[in-house]
Design a protein around this ligand. Structure first.
Ligand code: GLN
Length: 485
């Protein structure tokens, strides 16, 4: 087994026991990156220089017996997380040369836990997309089939973990951007409860929906990363001051007697039969271990995509107003006056999908339309949330497919925004309701593409997701299959 194939907990064990060093581990990862990155393109930038300094510091602290939960472990960061002094582009031309003067709270927490940052991963521009094809820096390919997309918007993070180009990665999820690429790349991805992980230093897309979470090779690693990144942050007003459990305590526990809700609206026509079969296989395996499957209904599910595509663009149009050519990065040359500078900068700095969102968002917030669109959508959002409150009175967790299909081909949906938006049909509801969700691998299609099953839990019950995810992984051990690169 190569060092880069190991999980976070396996690596950490070898580092602590002195069987290997952080430097050796980092060498192994950069060699791996060199070997596969020209095909996968998971990264926008590598942080080699600072990574070796971090690795050296990790080796020193191990020798001195100061061992953090991630000491010496190579982690990749989605390029939407601010890294002090290091480019943070959000995969946009408009931030091409932006170097934040501070670290995001997640970045600071990971640093403090001893992590080594390999680099910044590719994504859809400003996290708007489901395929990582809207990046200004080129597409990322799915390690399982290089002609297919890795999912998005955190496609680079998912692909980096799947291709063993890092031990774990950080992503962000506004409508599915962690869970969907995790499913399509065959790794574990969690979106925590809104308010659980600080968004300080996360470049804002849709502030009432955005959350940061981990991509990992297994559920144990997910628990380890959650222990590090979750928790109250006084610098972030929506971060919730509640106790964080030790998420590892939920591992290796049975789910016997649990009630698993199967929402009928998530198993409708249009879901790929092979995806459906794999997800139903996961449900049956859990049933076989003593959980009870109960049919439930979330009747407002059919409005989720429509509601999301009013609320998310509305918030985005407001958040992205700050990119005016004055305060950040890119500025168009030789404008005649201030107005022309704004126009030229934003026209050249943003890509087509980002512009589409800004236009939609501006429209739904404009006077005369606000009541009809934004206000109405907010009201329906409340109904979607109530659906979950009602159903969680009946069951412990909800089980659904993460995505309606396995990874699609590059270019397949790029010119059809509605089809692209529908890739998140099963993940958007959790963001609208603010509840946590996890995607765990549960099999493969006939063509060998990974399939993920999604579990949803009530607010702040990430522990349940770890518990059921871990139970499922023992029932369906991670296939020894790895992407052939
Ligand atoms: N695909 C969805 C969108 O384009 C969700 C993206 C995300 O979660 N960041 O908005």
């Amino acid at each position: 087994m190569e060092l880069y194939e190991l999980t976070v907990h396996e690596l950490h064990e070898k580092l602590v026991s002195g069987e290997t060093t952080a430097r050796e581990v980092l060498d192994a990862y950069y060699r791996r990156i060199e070997a596969v990155e020209d095909r996968v393109h998971a990264y926008i930038s590598l942080m080699k220089e600072t990574a070796y300094a971090q690795a050296e510091e990790a080796d020193r602290s191990i020798r001195e017996g100061r061992i953090g939960p991630l000491t010496g472990v190579p982690i990749a960061l989605k390029d939407i997380c601010c890294t002090r002094g290091f480019p943070t582009t959000c995969a946009s031309r408009i931030l091409e040369n932006f170097r934040p003067p501070y670290d995001a709270t997640v970045v600071a927490r990971l640093r403090a836990a001893g992590a080594v940052f390999t680099g910044k991963t590719n994504m859809d521009e400003f996290a708007m997309g489901s395929s990582t094809e809207t990046s200004y820096f080129g597409v990322t390919r799915n390690p399982w089939d290089l002609e297919r997309i890795p999912g998005g918007s955190s496609g680079g993070s998912a692909a980096a973990v799947a291709a063993d180009e890092c031990a774990a990665a950080i992503g962000s999820d506004t409508g599915g951007s962690i869970r969907q690429p995790a499913a399509l790349c065959g790794v574990v991805g969690m979106k925590p409860t809104y308010g659980r992980v600080s968004r300080f230093g996360l470049v804002a897309f849709a502030s009432s929906l955005d959350q940061i979470g981990p991509f990992t090779k297994d559920v144990r690693d997910c628990a380890i990363l959650m222990n590090v990144i979750a928790g109250h942050d006084p610098r972030e007003s929506t971060s919730v001051p509640v106790e964080i459990p030790d998420y590892r305590a939920f591992l290796d526990r049975s789910v016997e007697g649990w009630k698993i809700g199967i929402p009928r609206e998530y198993f409708m026509e249009g879901i790929d039969p092979e995806v459906r079969a794999a997800v139903e296989g996961a449900a049956r395996a859990l049933e076989g271990s003593g959980a009870k499957l109960i049919e439930v209904s979330l009747p407002h599910t059919k409005y989720c995509v429509a509601v999301y595509y009013i609320i998310a663009p509305a918030e985005a149009s407001s958040n992205l107003a700050r990119y005016d050519g004055v305060r950040y990065g890119f500025r168009a040359e030789d404008p005649r006056d201030l107005l022309e500078m704004y126009k030229k900068t934003r026209s050249a700095g943003f890509g087509a999908e980002v512009k589409r969102r800004i236009i939609i968002g501006t429209y739904v917030l404009s006077s005369g339309y606000y009541e009809a669109y934004y206000k109405k959508a907010s009201q329906v959002r409340a109904l979607i949330r109530e659906d979950f409150d009602r159903v969680f009175a009946l069951c412990d967790v909800i089980l659904t497919p993460t995505t309606p299909t396995a990874a699609f081909r590059l270019g397949e949906k790029l010119d059809d925004p509605i089809q692209m938006y529908l890739s998140d049909i099963f993940t958007i509801s959790a963001n609208l309701a603010g509840i946590p969700g996890i995607s765990v691998p549960c099999g493969f299609t006939g063509e060998g593409l990974p399939v993920g099953v999604q579990f949803l839990a009530p607010h702040f019950e990430e522990g349940r997701l770890i518990q059921i995810g871990s139970a499922l992984s023992t029932l369906m051990p991670r296939e020894v299959r790895r992407p052939r690169l």
